[in-house]
Every structure is written in C-alpha cells, then in structure tokens.
Design a protein around this ligand. Structure first.
Ligand SMILES: [Ca+2]
Ligand SMILES: [Ca+2]
Ligand SMILES: [Ca+2]
Ligand SMILES: [Ca+2]
Length: 257
C-alpha cells in the first residue's frame, strides 16, 4: 500500500512539474512581443524589428540616455555621439536613420533586401529597398491650393513640402493628372516669359515650374510664394523647382485639390 501511494505521489509531482513548465513556456511565448525586458519604454518587438536596438539593454549605445529618450527626442540610440536620426546614417548606405524608419528598412543593414543595391541607392532612384522586384515605386505629387503647398511622396512616404503660388481666382484645375513632359527651360508664347523646370500636366496647357523669368532677366513673383497669383500654373521657388524636376518622371501622378 505504502509503495503504491509513493508511486502515485511521484507521478503527481512529475505532472505538476510538467504543467508548471508548460505554463512558464507559454507565458514567455505570449509575452515575448509586448514585453519590455530592459524596461526602457520600447517594447521588445519594436527593439528587434523596428529600431534594431538591444532589448536587454535600456541604453544601447551607452551614452547615458535610454533608447526611449533618444528616439523620442529624435536622436540616434545607436551612436553615442549626440546626433539626430536625420543626420545619422548608422550603416553608411546613403539613407539616414530617420528615412530608414519611415521606409521600414533595416538601419543596421545597408542592403535590406540583399539585392546588391544599397537602401540609399534604391530610394534615390525610386526603387523598393524592401524587395528585389525591379518595378519602380509609385511617385506622387500632391498640390494643396488652399494652403498653397506642394508635397511629394515615394511609396506613400512624404519626402518634402514646398510653398507654391497657384492660379489666382481658383484658375488652377483640380483633379488627378500625370506629368506629360519635362522641359528644363520652357517658353510661354502667350505671356512672353521663360518657365524653368517645366513639368507639363493634362494636355500640356498648364504645369509646374520655377518662378517665371522675363526676357530681360527679371524674376517674377519672388515674394508671392504662398499666394495664388499665377494664370493657372503652379509656381515653385528657386531650388525647390529644380529638386522636384529632377525627382519627377514623365508619368508621375499629380493630385491637385
Ligand atoms: Ca525595451
Ligand atoms: Ca543611448
Ligand atoms: Ca542608413
Ligand atoms: Ca537593396
């Protein structure tokens, strides 16, 4: 009798240990993604898959500021030098940490999709750094006539916003257009002036261009950016027009509202 109850007791103990072990494993498993092992305010999943910081070390770069403090104030948690995410390119791939986070690339791996092209090269030429597919990414320009602003997007990520001057009296047509041609110095026969960095829209009767230049060299409307004064075209300032011209392709979508 005594021997049987001892065996029963041992069996119960073994079962109990197995149950406890199972609970411990499942507890750890369900906790793995939302837990914050180093209690720095950044959860393990984000540390491992978004910021590539050490989930077991609250201050990955050992500069005295926690990963959370650095990320929330826009500083790099990987570089002990006080440098902003915008200025830090931890993996030297031509794409700053700030943009790596927006494009969801690995800021510690210069070639996230391992296709032989650096993340920075891919973004600069309009290709997807997350896929070795060779189709170019969608480029889109949005023109907000109410706020007199133009923004442009790659893969839905806003790259920049510029002040514009669109048509007075709501003369800029609204809708969805595409860039139909690019002319680095277009001539307007109707108004007798040059329109540098021309991006033609619709049927080509209006477009986006730099502040117009008269044949005398006079530059029109420099102080009018932010105010609708044109005959319908979308004017951009010096510098921003060239940037957008270089970035746009024939076929780039332009949404005007
Ligand atoms: Ca953490
Ligand atoms: Ca730190
Ligand atoms: Ca980088
Ligand atoms: Ca690549």
């Amino acid at each position: 009798m005594l021997k049987i109850s001892r065996i029963k007791f041992i069996k119960s103990c073994v079962n109990l240990i197995l149950i406890l072990a199972f609970l411990l494993v499942s507890f750890n498993f369900t906790q793995a993604s939302s837990d914050d092992f180093d209690s720095d305010g950044v959860n393990n999943l984000d540390e491992e898959t978004v910021y590539y910081t050490d989930p077991y070390k609250a201050d990955t770069d050992g500069d005295g500021y926690s990963d959370w403090q650095e990320l929330n104030s826009g500083f790099s948690p990987h570089n002990p030098v006080a440098i902003s995410l915008k200025d830090n390119d931890q993996d030297s791939d031509g794409l700053s940490d700030f943009w790596e986070l927006r494009f969801k690339t690995n800021l510690l791996n210069p070639d996230t999709d391992t296709d032989g092209y650096l993340d920075g090269e891919e973004i600069n030429s309009g290709y997807d750094p997350l896929s070795s597919e060779t189709a170019p990414l969608e480029k889109r320009i949005e023109i907000d006539t109410k706020n007199q602003e133009l923004s442009y997007f790659l893969k839905g990520v806003r790259l920049n916003t510029f002040s514009i001057s669109s048509g007075k009296n709501n003369s800029t047509p609204k809708g969805v257009y595409h860039v139909i041609n690019k002319i680095d110095k277009a001539w307007s026969a109707s108004y007798g002036l040059w329109m540098p960095y021309w991006l033609g829209l619709g049927t080509g009767r209006f477009g986006i261009h730099e502040l117009p230049v008269w044949p005398s060299g006079y530059r029109e409307g420099e102080d009018h950016l932010g105010t609708p004064v044109s005959h319908g075209c979308i004017r951009l300032g010096i510098g921003s027009a060239e940037t957008l011209y270089d970035w746009s392709r024939v076929g780039t979508k332009v949404v005007i509202y």
